[in-house]
Ligand binder design. Structure first.
Ligand code: PBG
Length: 325
């Protein structure tokens, strides 16, 4: 006798033990990277209004903060600097005693085992807020490459473990690789922001980092949200230039891009769950409209299911605590 229905998918959903056995995607704290903002000339941590729970940290407290992060089992931090002084060519970005270079030294002392990833981009350091040098109203590609390479080198000389170029100039991965190798750092990996879209979801970050462009926008160097074939070209280029890991950013509106990159190459893949994605969840949770923990775990699991290995997320400490309990 045939019973109907003969396939009963609910058999494997009966209890948490069975669900655990057949679970396909796992979220683990050892694949999370936590972004941190370090500001020069600050005496107390300063909360970013549009990113509840996220601070700009003074240099003399960044070591202790990274110790707290490390105690939660989070293996890596991604550093952004807010300098006291900005100029046309972002010179504080590659100054020996710039804010990030100093932060790296303090973190290495306080928490030597934490991996330090640094964001390599000029926008926080230029007076005009663009990601490269400007002449005649446009960002100059090749001239900017030299400064970006200098910036990456100064981070590594200060002790950074991984550099992450986010500027979207053509040829930056190759330029960084060459300069690092010439100075004896051929073991330092490059995590390339390979596929970075010109996104409205970076809004809160620009409050946090003070990096809003003073004129125009970033569409002449960051990618058009409508394109995915172009994303694969960016990917191929960065692989050819020697990227060790590649990134898709933002994550949530680009889960299909994450999946295509995953199917297209074998490099470790990072997804950046960006500031606007964080702030939307925070705002709705504060209103009591969504269950924050449930929604965050669902979002991050979705990003992993789409194909990301690692996730950069402002939720990392919360997730670490939730996964422990
Ligand atoms: C620097 C940079 C940005 C972000 C990471 N690196 C801002 C931008 O490109 O405007 C955004 C991160 C976030 O929104 O969380 N170029």
């Amino acid at each position: 006798m045939n019973s109907f229905p003969n396939v009963r998918l609910r058999r494997l959903r009966q209890n948490e033990k069975i669900r655990g056995l057949i679970r396909e995607t796992h979220l683990r704290v050892d694949q999370l990277i936590y972004p941190l903002f370090v500001a020069e000339g600050l005496s107390e941590p300063h909360e970013i209004v549009s990113m509840p729970g996220i601070m700009q940290w003074p240099l003399d407290q960044i070591g202790a903060e990274v110790q707290r992060v490390a105690q939660l089992g989070i293996p890596a931090v991604l550093l952004f600097g807010i300098p006291n002084q900005k100029d046309e060519v972002g010179s504080q970005a590659y100054a020996e005693h710039g804010v990030i270079q100093e932060a790296i030294r303090r973190i290495k002392q306080a928490s030597p085992e934490t991996l330090i990833v640094t964001d390599v981009c000029l926008c926080e350091y230029t007076s005009h807020g663009h990601c490269g040098v400007i002449h005649n109203g446009t960002v100059q590609n090749d001239e900017s490459l030299q400064l970006l390479a200098q910036m990456a080198l100064s981070h590594v000389q200060a002790g950074a473990d991984i550099v992450a170029p986010s500027d979207m100039m053509d040829g930056r991965v190759g330029a960084l690789r060459r300069v690092l190798d010439e100075h004896g750092f051929n073991q330092t990996p490059i995590m390339a922001y390979s596929i970075k879209y010109a996104s409205g979801f970076y809004g809160p970050f620009r409050d946090a980092a003070g990096s809003t462009p003073q004129f125009g926008d970033r569409r002449a160097y960051q990618m058009d949200p409508a394109n995915v074939r172009e994303a694969l070209r960016e990917l191929e280029q960065d692989i050819l230039e020697g990227a060790d890991m590649v990134m898709v950013k933002p994550a949530l509106s680009y889960l299909d891009v994450i999946r295509q990159v995953r199917d297209h190459c074998d490099l470790p893949l990072v997804a950046y769950n960006v500031s606007g994605e964080y702030s939307m969840v925070k705002a709705a949770a504060q209103q009591g409209w969504i269950d924050e923990q449930r929604v965050v775990l669902e979002i991050l699991t979705g990003i992993r299911r789409a194909g990301a290995d690692m996730i950069i997320t402002y939720f990392a400490p919360d997730v670490a605590r939730w996964l422990q309990s």
